[in-house]
Design a protein around this ligand. Structure first.
Ligand code: GLU
Length: 261
């Protein structure tokens, strides 16, 4: 039997904090204990938020923590063609449709309810477009994203996500399609990530079903809280590993604090 494959897959849109360190160390330890492999993947499909210096810092921070990972590291922005191929397949199967609505239109037609990313559930205008018309509009170069046709998918994820966007306007990908594609291409067997992503898992499992891909085992760990009991996050300006290191904290201290002494 081939060994289990774990991965840590940060998005380089800020510096890593203790929560990321916990997740990375946990994956590496589980891989180690199971005689498995540990991969690092850079999830930088969101070109507006990703920055090269954050990518570099991820390598520095993880090495500082004493982690080792397999090379080469998969950098998602180098693989848009792979995500595009999955979208084409879903479109050919009628599982997704292009959405030409502006943000304003989406808001105007929104149904009650928001998805776990805070986006309003889509009213469905572009779902009704005849295929030939949708193709023609794409040929003319009209900007569009891609949405899952949840009514067709007949999946429990529908109530939570509505017709979720799986490729953003002119990006040709999204976190969801990229993560599912790469976990399959890299043979990931165990996805261990924070509870903040738990709501995305049914959506990922739906995409795996539609694409004929195996579903890995999923486990969602607790999120670390700061002194005020708020979850650590880049946006809340939680102390980064880089700042800790620069202020003289050693990686041993960090590992001990997180339970990986
Ligand atoms: N790239 C995602 C993030 O940093 C995590 C992806 C995953 O573990 O599935 O939030």
């Amino acid at each position: 039997m081939s060994p289990p494959v774990f991965r840590f897959a940060p998005s380089p849109n800020g510096y890593l904090h203790l929560g990321h360190a916990y997740s990375a160390l946990l994956n590496a330890r589980m891989a180690d204990e199971a005689g498995g492999r540990f991969l690092l993947r850079i999830e930088d499909t969101d070109r507006t938020r990703s920055r090269p210096e954050f990518v570099q810092q991820i390598f520095v921070d993880l090495a500082w923590l004493g982690l080792r990972w397999e090379e080469p590291v998969r950098i998602q922005s180098e693989h848009f063609a792979d995500y595009r191929a999955r979208l084409d397949r879903l479109w050919a199967a009628g599982a997704i449709y292009p959405c030409f609505c502006s943000r304003k239109q989406v808001l105007a037609e929104a149904r009650a309810g928001r998805d776990p990313e805070g986006q309003p559930h889509y009213g469905g205008t572009c779902r009704q477009l005849p295929r030939a018309e949708a193709e023609e509009r794409m040929r003319r170069g009209e900007i569009h994203g891609w949405r899952l046709d949840m009514a067709r998918a007949g999946d429990a994820a529908a109530a939570v996500w509505g017709d979720a966007t799986i490729a953003k306007f002119n990006v040709g990908s999204s976190y969801h399609i990229a993560v599912v594609t790469d976990d399959a291409l890299q043979g990931v067997t165990h996805v261990v990530r924070g509870k903040d992503l738990e709501a995305a898992t049914p959506l990922h499992m739906l995409l795996q079903r539609l694409l004929g891909l195996p579903s890995p085992f999923y486990r969602h760990h607790e999120l670390l809280l700061d002194e005020r009991g708020e979850k650590l996050s880049k946006s809340a300006g939680s102390t980064s590993l880089r700042e800790l290191r620069e202020s003289g904290v050693t990686s041993d201290v960090v590992r001990r604090r997180l339970g990986f002494a």
